[in-house]
Design a protein. Structure first.
Lengths: 204, 100, 741
């Protein structure tokens, strides 16, 4: 099938689904429902497009929609600090890293195989949907169905939580160590390859 | 919107992340799939946190997930570049030296 | 529960320092690599400290009026690592990191400390000039850490963690030379052997994990003392009989021993592991790591049902016998020692099975000393003979290498079981438990098999060890004494390299011979040998302090006065005493004529045969082997166990995988074609469905066979996405099970 036609069919179907979802959200929860449906559509639609697109660059940009949608969901959950962290780190950091990876490796437009994509979507989708339906039918969440009140300033709350003596000081320090080690390790791995190219070679 | 809606979005994103890891033949997609899965977990953490006891735990978990994701992305990218130089390919199916 | 305590509060600190010193040394060495000046000396000094502490603690234990059983949990000093998730054990903090220090642990710690120090010392000379010298020291330090941690662990969970760490270090160290084909010790099969060792022991490790989890499921704890107590309760609740699942779980745990301690039929990795550096063979594959399997049996002894003990005895005896026969035919110096190690481990395992757990642990201790000494002596010989390993090209070395010869001879006497040498006491304690079983209340055929089999194996031990000594150290030198010629298969012979070693170690003193004449090893190596030979002699008992010649079985050697069922398992001792009715039966056996006969016949007979065949009538061995023909070849080729495993496990799995692959390709491709013709768009789905489902199904079947065929590395596809697909399928299955059940 022609690629353009494929794209049209896919995006047409996607747009239809998104519209239906937005309508359902509006009907279910008014303005808040619409906002939720918008962000959920960004999240899920973005990842669907990411899987669908042939070119890695496009996929990476579609992933941006997913990350932003998730950030939006965090805002709806009144966790604005995490939402900002999400945008800063995922969109600003990780996505840029992935784009670097894209730029440093050759493009391959023949790599996507539609049968694989469809089969994966159907199989995994069926599995997850089945589990979800079963869980929804049987699970009794031990939590109330409305959001709890939160402090005025998320960032202050989390910052104090980090540094309080009975708080998260040790995990905080651990995270710092992990980040440092990962950075050093990444630099080391990326650097070694050049050492190997040298005629002398490094110590194995 | 209730807790169920967030959990549903999270489940869908998780499934799509798995699909992304499995179906594409480029190791960068594996990376993206992992990020999706981590994001799905994060939605759950924050949602249960906000609907539940509203202690800090859930959000702290989310922050640590983000931190670890950043570390993981950096290391993974370095590995991808190394794999590319070693095998001259970014297809995970070609990097199968493990079976030797 | 009668828990004793050491008087001093500093004991925990000292005990904690024991594993942390080598760990710190490892970190130091890894962090600075070659930039660390005197890295080897620093690590050796650290190991010296470890040795001093462990020996000091052991001496305190020996000299204490009552043996010490020290449990950090009893004092509340425990770091809680994980909390239980099982509902019926929800309040038990049973995944803590704690210390268990008892007579067995004390003896084993001292053994590891001494052997590890000697091996470090020896390696300074032996590994000199190696490209990856620093890595070698780092790895061997980390191994020491793991072994010390394993001995101190108070729960089977942490024992397992250190157990796996040891497996990893064993893997790395066997393959140490695999990266360096310019090295004179290089073996082409080193990397293959390391993988084989890792995979084969992995089969046992999985068994151990299963057994461990079975006990956890029923008893809700990983802690040894708790497990023993719960076992007693479970048996009492079952009317004095062991529940069937305990037999199964006990055998699974024994599976770990079979893998790690190279018992039949998983022994196949140990002879190949000799491709590693000789100090590694001495430390890991003779003295400590392979003994860890026996140590595990000692720790879990109260959990073993009588049926499990029967199986353990039979496997141990079979291993002892069969490895001894192979040892009689080997000509590679290290191979003889490897088979001897397997055989001796069989002795220990059989001893535990016979209920003589103290005897088995005693033999583990003495064996560690003399076998480490034998291996290091062999290393010294190999070093001196310029990387020659074949005994047939040695001979007469006692003149060139007097110190090595003396040490090796002492330890050969010890392993042969000559009275007053350490091996005599422990080996005869094992035979004694066999006789105690025969003469005890319950007469069983397998006990007779074990006792007779072990006696025969002990005779063979004396024979092949003296065969080795006679061929290597007596007669005349049979190697080529010429310049610049390699020997046979040893293509990487490198005299220049060797001379560098000599000059560096001897301070530039030239040897009298220009060609590769054998020579004595430099000082650090011989010093290590002497230390180990000292312990190889005295580790059994101190005979000259309390000499009673005709009462040759000295009923209270230091180890037996220290360790008994009462002191090893204080909280269940009355139960075990009831089960094994030990003391009376042993007493009877010790005074029976059969026992004295076996003591005095075994070692002299073996030594006499060795002397007859390899000193007096040197033409007889060829005649005998020629006469035996097929039998000889079967034994020499290791009973074709490797070939059998290859044919019965690896080949069928490979063939199965190949067949499935073929079916997969043909059918799937055919279907794709067919469906594609009918409908192109539908074809996409259909083909994909086939590919994913059929492929997945086929691969799933393949995975099932892979589990058993873990020996065959070739089955792993190495494709991460396939692995991920399995993981997802597994997750979905678990979810389905959780929801549906």
């Amino acid at each position: 099938m022609d690629h353009t036609l494929q794209q049209r069919i896919f995006y047409g179907a996607l747009a239809l689904l998104v519209l239906v979802g937005l309508g359902a959200g509006l009907a279910a929860g008014g303005g808040a429902g619409l906002a939720f449906a918008l962000f959920a559509a960004m999240t899920i639609g973005g990842s669907l497009m990411c899987i669908w697109e042939r070119s890695v660059v496009r996929s990476a940009f579609c992933l941006m929609a997913t990350f932003t949608g998730v950030a939006g969901l965090f805002i709806l959950l009144e966790s604005d600090f995490i939402a900002m962290a999400q945008i800063l780190i995922y969109v600003g950091g990780i996505l840029v890293l992935i784009l670097f990876g894209v730029m440093l490796t050759p493009p391959d437009l023949t790599e996507r195989q539609l049968p694989r994509v469809f089969a994966g979507l159907i199989l995994v989708g069926a599995g997850v949907a089945w589990v979800a339906v079963k869980v929804a039918a049987t699970a009794r969440w031990a939590v109330p169905d409305e959001m709890q009140p939160t402090a005025e300033s998320n960032a202050r709350e989390i910052g104090v939580g980090f540094l309080r003596a009975d708080g998260y000081v040790v995990p905080f320090e651990l995270a710092a160590v992990v980040l440092t080690v990962a950075l050093v390790g990444a630099v080391y791995i990326a650097r070694r390859k050049r050492a190997d190219l040298e005629p002398q070679g490094g110590e194995s | 919107m209730g807790l169920g809606a967030y959990v549903a979005v999270s489940a869908a994103l998780f499934g799509l992340g798995i699909v992304c890891i499995l179906v594409r033949r480029n190791v960068l997609y594996v990376l993206m799939g992992i990020e999706m899965i981590l994001n799905a977990a994060n939605i759950n953490f924050v949602a249960f946190n906000r609907f539940g006891a509203n202690e800090l735990d859930g959000r702290m978990f989310a922050i640590f997930t983000i931190i670890l994701a950043a570390a993981e992305a950096a290391v993974a990218l370095a590995i991808v570049l190394n794999v590319f130089h070693l095998f001259n390919s970014v297809k995970p199916s070609e990097a199968d030296l493990l079976r030797e | 529960m009668a828990f004793f305590e050491l008087n001093s509060g500093t004991s925990y600190g000292l005990l904690l320092a024991v594993p942390l010193i080598p760990l710190f040394g490892y970190a130091l060495q890894i962090a600075f690599r070659k930039r660390l000046p005197y890295g080897d000396k620093i690590l050796t000094a650290g190991m010296f400290a470890v040795m001093c502490i462990t020996v000091f603690m052991a001496m305190r234990m020996i000299l204490a009026e009552a043996p010490v059983f020290l449990e950090s949990r009893a004092k509340g000093y425990v770091f809680n690592w994980l909390y239980s998730v099982l509902p019926d054990a929800a309040t038990v903090e049973n995944m803590g990191v704690g210390i268990l220090y008892d007579p067995l642990g004390a003896a084993m710690l001292a053994v590891v400390g001494i052997v590890s120090f000697c091996v470090h010392l020896f390696s300074i000379g032996y590994m000199h000039g190696d490209k990856r010298y620093n890595i070698f020291f780092a790895n061997i330090s980390l191994f020491t850490f793991a072994m010390l941690g394993l001995v101190l662990a108070d729960s089977i969970l942490f024992l397992f963690i250190f157990w796996e760490l040891m497996g990893l270090m064993s893997y790395l160290l066997i393959g140490h030379f695999a990266h360096d084909d310019g090295n004179p010790y290089f073996h082409r099969w080193a990397s293959w052997a390391s993988k084989k060792a890792f995979m084969t022991t992995r089969v046992g490790d999985v068994c151990l994990l299963v057994g461990m989890l079975m006990f956890y499921q029923h008893f809700g704890t990983f802690q040894f003392t708790e497990l023993w107590a719960r076992a007693q309760e479970a048996v009492a609740a079952n009317g004095g009989e062991f529940p069937a699942w305990m037999t199964v779980a006990g055998l699974f745990i024994f599976g770990g021993t079979v893998g790690k301690s190279a018992q039949f039929p998983l022994h196949i990795w140990l002879p190949d592991a000799m491709a590693g550096p000789t100090p590694v063979s001495a430390m890991i594959h003779a003295a400590t790591m392979v003994a860890a399997g026996v140590f595990l049996l000692g720790r879990t002894f109260p959990l073993m049902s009588p049926e499990a003990l029967t199986v353990i005895t039979i496997i141990g005896t079979t291993t002892a016998l069969f490895a001894a026969t192979i040892g009689m035919t080997a000509y590679d110096l290290k191979a003889v020692l490897a088979w001897s190690t397997i055989s001796q481990l069989g002795f220990m395992v059989a001893a535990v099975g016979l209920g003589g757990v103290v005897a088995g642990m005693f033999h583990m201790v003495t064996h560690a000393f003399f076998k480490a000494c034998l291996f290091l002596s062999a290393g010294s010989v190999i070093h001196g003979c310029h990387h020659e390993q074949d005994m047939r090209r040695m001979g007469g070395l006692r003149r060139q290498m007097p110190v090595t010869f003396a040490c090796m001879f002492i330890c050969t006497l010890a392993i042969a079981g000559v009275p007053y040498f350490s091996g005599f006491y422990s080996k005869d304690a094992i035979l004694l438990s066999g006789w105690a079983g025969i003469l005890g209340d319950h007469f069983d055929g397998w006990k007779v098999y074990a006792t007779v089999g072990l006696s025969v194996a002990a005779t063979m031990t004396a024979f092949y060890m003296f065969r080795m000594v006679f061929i290597t150290f007596f007669g005349t030198y049979r190697g080529e004494i010429a310049e610049g010629h390699g020997h046979g298969h040893d293509d990487h012979h490198d005299d220049h390299h060797h001379e560098e070693i000599v000059h560096a170690e001897d301070g530039g003193i030239a040897h009298g011979h220009p060609g590769p004449m054998p020579h004595e090893s430099p000082l650090p190596m011989t010093a290590a040998l002497v230390v180990l030979a000292f312990f190889g002699f005295f580790a059994g008992d101190f005979p000259f302090t309390d000499l009673r010649f005709w009462d040759i079985y000295h009923p209270q050697t230091w180890f037996e006065s220290l360790a008994s069922l009462d002191t090893l398992y204080p909280n269940v001792s009355s139960w075990l005493d009831g089960r094994f009715a030990h003391s009376q039966a042993i007493h009877d056996a010790a005074h029976s004529r059969a026992f004295y006969g076996s003591v005095f016949v075994i070692a002299p007979l073996g030594i006499f045969l060795g002397w007859l065949l390899y000193m007096r009538r040197k033409e007889w061995p060829a005649k005998i082997t020629g006469g035996l023909g097929l039998i000889y070849h079967t034994v020499r080729d290791r009973y074709y166990v490797d070939e059998f495993v290859n044919a019965a496990v690896i080949k069928p799995t490979m063939a199965c995988a190949g067949l499935l692959k073929l079916i997969d390709e043909r059918i799937v491709d055919g279907l794709v074609l067919l469906v594609g013709r009918i409908n192109k768009f539908l074809g996409f789905f259909s083909a994909a469905f086939d590919r994913i489902v059929v492929d997945g199904l086929v691969n799933f079947v393949g995975l099932a066979s892979q589990t058993f065929g873990a020996v065959s590395r070739l089955l792993q596809t190495g494709r991460i996405q396939q692995y991920a697909a399995f993981a997802v399928a597994g997750g979905l299955l678990v979810a389905a099970w959780l929801i549906l059940s």
